[in-house]
Design a protein around this ligand. Structure first.
Ligand code: PLP
Length: 401
């Protein structure tokens, strides 16, 4: 994946331009900036590309989730159902709001299972937030229906799937809001950064106020004279990030095309091997191919595969070992490790009836992740690298299956 691999003169010029103009604030300095607003330009370009009405740039993907949850009023007494296989930020964003994350099992697509999510719905549930893991969409039609039936909000943590689609529509555009991360591991990057997409004008305004101390932005008056809509915080994106984002956005389609081309080349060279399967997806066409995941029949076969590959110098991970993306490894969540004396939601009166780790064991998730071997894909791979990977996979599969 990483977007920084695509950095060239375009990104350098974009950043230098901002520095030369000395105009790094996304708001303010209205009289001296010659009507140049890089973050705004970036937001509009993303909104147009993805086909939504509004996009807000923020300081990170984590901030995007947090700002979007806060603007929806998610707080103490609320439960949000999400996945135990996600980057920990999805869960932290819910906790930072004082709400309870409820982690339902995934299915073999590695995304949240609609059926398992349904089983976790209680009186306190406010929203379901599927995570578009490894650049491929969850079953959004099923989640839309589920949320409609139970009167819940649908949110999308699409932080790692900018460029993926579900039935032709970009991920991030399905629920009340969706998010993209622009951190250094993602397909395009601004160093750090995040984006929130929505079609809801009122919600967009709330997010826009909240992410900048409640400022009611008005280009016609001095920033210091602007009114206050609410208490907020600072999650602003800078003009440097905005300019970098614009340069990177122009390369997104090419990056996704290359990822898909590379992965296809490998899977074609590997061919069909009995017992070796790709994860079944809700919409395989929309997968941006940022990872290559194979599912094995048993944990034992996945481990033999991993060992054999280690010998051939091509490494692969077994997903159950992933300490930052699999909730089983989050002792900090289990223990409520915060620095404050009172820890929300752990010590919150509303939470007494809401076990934080429900359901405590994710049997289906564990079974799947123990059998899943993953390779990270990069957009730039030589023919030789592709061939080496394919050969290693074939050799590994031969000894494992
Ligand atoms: C990367 C990521 C985030 C957080 O994004 P940052 O920009 O690193 O804060 C959240 N959720 C998922 C699924 C991610 O992959």
């Amino acid at each position: 994946m990483p977007g920084f691999e695509m950095f060239d003169q375009k990104e350098i010029d974009a950043v230098v331009d901002v520095l030369q103009r000395k105009m790094v604030h996304r708001y303010s300095f209205n009289n001296v900036r010659n009507h140049i607003w890089k973050v705004e330009e970036f937001e509009k370009a993303v909104a147009e590309k993805m086909g939504v009405s509004y996009c807000l740039g923020v300081s990170s993907g984590s901030a995007a989730l947090y700002v979007a949850l806060r603007a929806m009023g998610i707080g103490p007494g609320d439960e949000v159902i999400t996945s135990p296989f996600t980057f920990i930020a999805s869960v932290e964003a819910i906790l930072e709001c004082g709400a309870v994350p409820v982690l339902a099992d995934i299915d073999e697509s590695l995304n949240l299972s609609p059926g398992k999510a349904e089983n976790c719905i209680t009186e306190a549930t406010k929203a379901i937030m599927p995570v578009q893991m490894f650049g491929a969409s969850a079953d959004m039609e099923a989640f839309e229906e589920l949320c409609e039936n139970y009167g819940l909000y649908l949110f999308e943590d699409s932080c790692q799937a900018m460029g993926a689609t579900y039935k032709g529509k970009p991920v991030g555009t399905f629920g009340k809001w969706g998010t993209y991360s622009l951190d250094p591991y993602k397909v395009i990057t601004t160093g750090e950064g995040g984006l929130i997409l929505t079609d809801d004008e009122e919600l967009y305004k709330k997010m826009e106020y909240y992410h900048d101390h409640g400022h009611i932005h008005n280009k016609d008056i001095d920033r210091g004279a602007e009114g206050k809509a609410c208490l907020g915080f600072n999650f602003r994106m800078s003009e440097i990030q905005g300019a970098l984002g614009l340069a990177q956005l122009g390369k997104l389609d090419m990056a996704v095309e290359q990822l898909r081309r590379n992965r296809k080349a490998i899977t074609e060279m590997v061919g069909s091997i009995e017992g070796l399967t790709m994860r079944p997806l809700a919409d395989p066409e929309g997968d941006m191919a940022s990872q290559l995941v194979y599912l094995f029949p048993t944990e034992r076969s996945a481990r033999i595969f991993q060992e054999t590959l280690k010998e051939s110098g091509v490494g692969c991970g077994v997903l159950a070992d992933n300490t930052w993306h699999y909730a089983r490894h989050w002792e900090t969540l289990r223990e409520g490790s915060y620095y404050s004396r009172i820890r929300y939601p752990w010590d919150c009166a509303y939470t007494e009836e809401m076990p934080l780790y429900r359901p405590v064991e994710w049997e289906a998730t564990h079974d799947i992740l123990s059998r899943a071997a993953v390779f990270g894909m990069t957009y730039a791979m030589s023919e030789e690298q592709l061939e080496n990977m394919a050969t290693a996979i074939k050799v590994g599969a031969r000894s494992a299956l």
